[in-house]
Design a binder for this molecule. Structure first.
Ligand SMILES: Cc1cc2nc3c(=O)[nH]c(=O)nc-3n(C[C@H](O)[C@H](O)[C@H](O)COP(=O)(O)O)c2cc1C
Length: 190
């Protein structure tokens, strides 16, 4: 019996050491240790939900931030965008971006998107297609309106077949909780 308690205590201690190694307090806020890898958070957001999540992830990982911006802005009218996005998906249309960004110097790229018609938003398709992710680690995340990530992550894998795509995180609109996001990142194996 004594041995069982000792073993459980040891496991608890190891768990605490692991957790503390992963989180460092820098100037008052907690930064997750990303194994000294260079990290980028790239995101597209139409109504701001994915942007809010992207900025939380950026804060926690001390990463660089890149906003994916289509050259031709989408209409401010929601229904117009819903119809346009449906057509873009059917035609596999990839809209031109203000800048394609450059992932060359990064080891890990978080890619954030709203779910549009069960998959990533078209500007995110362009971003992935116009960058070389071979040998990189992609960590996807998305916000949705209740339907979940649907095909978003499997479609990202198809667009970047030579990247290692890790477990994604999804949240309903702006419901993402800081502790949940932190636990998700800490438990990723990269
Ligand atoms: C064009 C369009 C298509 C959408 N398709 C879906 C969908 O298939 N499933 C879903 O759950 N939500 C869908 N939504 C809702 C958005 O994914 C959700 O509101 C998301 O949080 C918006 O993120 P954003 O504020 O970063 O643009 C859609 C929204 C738009 C504008």
């Amino acid at each position: 019996m004594k041995k069982v308690f000792l073993f459980a205590g040891l496991l608890l201690l190891l768990g605490c050491v692991f957790f503390l190694c992963k989180i460092t307090a820098i100037s008052g806020s907690e930064i997750i240790n990303m194994d000294n890898k260079k990290v980028l958070v790239a995101y597209y957001s139409y109504t701001g939900n994915t942007e809010a999540l992207a900025k939380k992830i950026q804060n926690m990982t001390n990463a660089d931030l890149f906003e994916i911006v289509p050259k031709t802005p989408y209409s401010k009218d929601y229904n117009t965008v819903v119809a346009q996005a449906k057509e873009e998906k059917q035609k596999n249309y990839m809209p031109e971006l203000v800048s394609n960004g450059d992932v060359t110097s990064y080891d890990i790229i978080f890619i954030g998107t709203p779910v549009w018609w069960y998959t990533m938003a078209s500007p995110v398709k362009t971003f992935i297609a116009n960058n070389n992710f071979d040998g990189k680690i992609i960590i996807p995340f998305c916000t949705h309106g209740g339907g979940g990530s649907s095909l978003t992550y499997s479609d990202i894998k198809k667009l970047a077949p030579h990247a290692k795509v890790l477990q994604g995180y999804e949240a309903y609109e702006r419901s993402a909780k800081v502790d949940d996001i932190k636990n998700w990142i800490i438990n990723l194996k990269f």
